[in-house]
Design a protein around this ligand. Structure first.
Ligand SMILES: Nc1ncnc2c1ncn2[C@@H]1O[C@H](COP(=O)(O)OP(=O)(O)O)[C@@H](O)[C@H]1O
Ligand SMILES: [Mg+2]
Length: 336
């Protein structure tokens, strides 16, 4: 997955929570890159660790139970995983910003929209009210909010879900961050609005060159939006590839299961409610001894009782699966 000079480089990230019955590792040895101006997908069922990855990057893992215990996060060459709370506050909203699934919960209902959207400018750039208001208006125009002048003074509940999400994207981009993380940004929206928001994000990447991590449980969105894809399962990366290779040659049985569950457009409404892969994401406190997907895997074999490594299946394409162990073994034979 080595991108030349990526904007973000995550290596061996480990995030853990301590609770009554010991530690739970919600992220285990997570590594990936985000190339400059690229849209990188994080995909996986609910509970696979996508949001925890985002929160770990943002320094927002709930404390004191949760913490990032190992690994490195290089943002444009700067190590940010060891920063203290004050250091992270300086970066968050300025260099790395995040848009959440449900904009209503991240907006204060009793403050006017422009004041909230412009807040990063007050925090990071020390701008005065009139300069902020002017810049928010520009951002509203950029993200396609109609009649932007009249929306500035609205309260969050006076905007539709789609407009609120546009406003949140405006807020995320207002300090021109190096990286925008969008965590299920369209999941709470109707299908038409969802398509508009996705188009907006792709336009922003094309026009402004924003690097984006797009988190979704929907491989259809990945296919439409992303350059590279990271498939997560039970706190680990299980497959990483560029978007063409992932769909042409899905190599982890989990990815194949996700692909098989993409509904065709006509049956989308029904199909989306049906379970895609039998069984459930395992409880992280009681993981199976070997491959974490083995209990649900049609291709499981005795070897799967041992944990698989990420194996190379093609150029820039890896899968954490014993089915592909031969290739890496042969390569190491050759170099001996
Ligand atoms: N505050 C928390 N304390 C302990 N475990 C948590 C907490 N929040 C999330 N988790 C666990 O972390 C795992 C990953 O969750 P999450 O990253 O939210 O998944 P996703 O975003 O892929 O649906 C899940 O097993 C979830 O139960
Ligand atoms: Mg999530």
């Amino acid at each position: 997955m080595a991108d030349y000079d990526p904007i973000l480089s995550v290596r061996n990230l480990r995030t853990e929570f301590s609770g009554g019955r010991g530690d739970v590792r919600v992220l285990d040895d997570v590594s990936f890159d985000v190339g400059r101006g690229k849209i990188i997908g994080l995909v996986g069922e609910s509970g696979s660790g996508k949001s925890m990855t985002a929160l770990s990057l943002m320094g927002l893992v709930p404390k004191p139970q949760g913490r990032v215990n190992a690994g490195s996060i290089l943002l444009d060459g700067t190590e940010i995983s060891k920063l203290d709370a004050a250091g992270m506050r300086r970066i968050r909203g300025r260099d790395i910003a995040m848009v959440f699934q449900e904009p209503m919960t991240s907006l204060n209902p009793v403050r006017r929209v422009w004041e909230q959207v412009g807040e990063p400018l007050a925090i990071h750039k020390g701008l005065g009210r009139s300069a902020i208001r002017k810049r928010v208006l520009e951002m509203f125009e950029m993200v396609g909010i109609p009649e932007p002048q009249t929306r500035l003074d609205a309260y969050p509940h006076q905007l539709s879900g789609g407009l609120r999400q546009r406003a949140m994207i405006a807020m995320g981009l207002i300090c021109e961050p190096k990286l925008l993380i969008a965590d299920e940004p369209t999941t709470a929206l109707d299908v038409t609005t969802q398509a508009q928001i996705l188009r907006l994000m792709r336009d922003l990447r094309d026009r402004v060159g924003t690097s984006i991590i797009l988190i979704t449980h929907d491989l259809g969105i990945i296919a439409e939006m992303c350059d590279e894809v990271n498939v997560m399962y039970a706190g680990q990366m299980v497959e990483q590839a560029n978007v063409f290779d992932l769909f042409e040659n899905p190599s982890h049985p989990y990815t194949r299961g996700l692909l098989a569950s993409i509904p065709r457009a006509t049956e989308a409404r029904v199909a989306r409610r049906m379970p895609s892969i039998p069984g459930m994401v395992p409880n992280l406190a009681k993981l199976p001894p070997g491959c974490r997907f083995a209990p649900r895997c049609r291709d499981a074999m005795p070897t799967c009782q041992r944990p698989p490594d990420l194996e190379t299946v093609g150029t820039g394409h890896v899968a954490r699966c014993w089915l592909h162990a031969g290739q890496t073994a042969l390569q190491s034979e050759a170099t001996r």
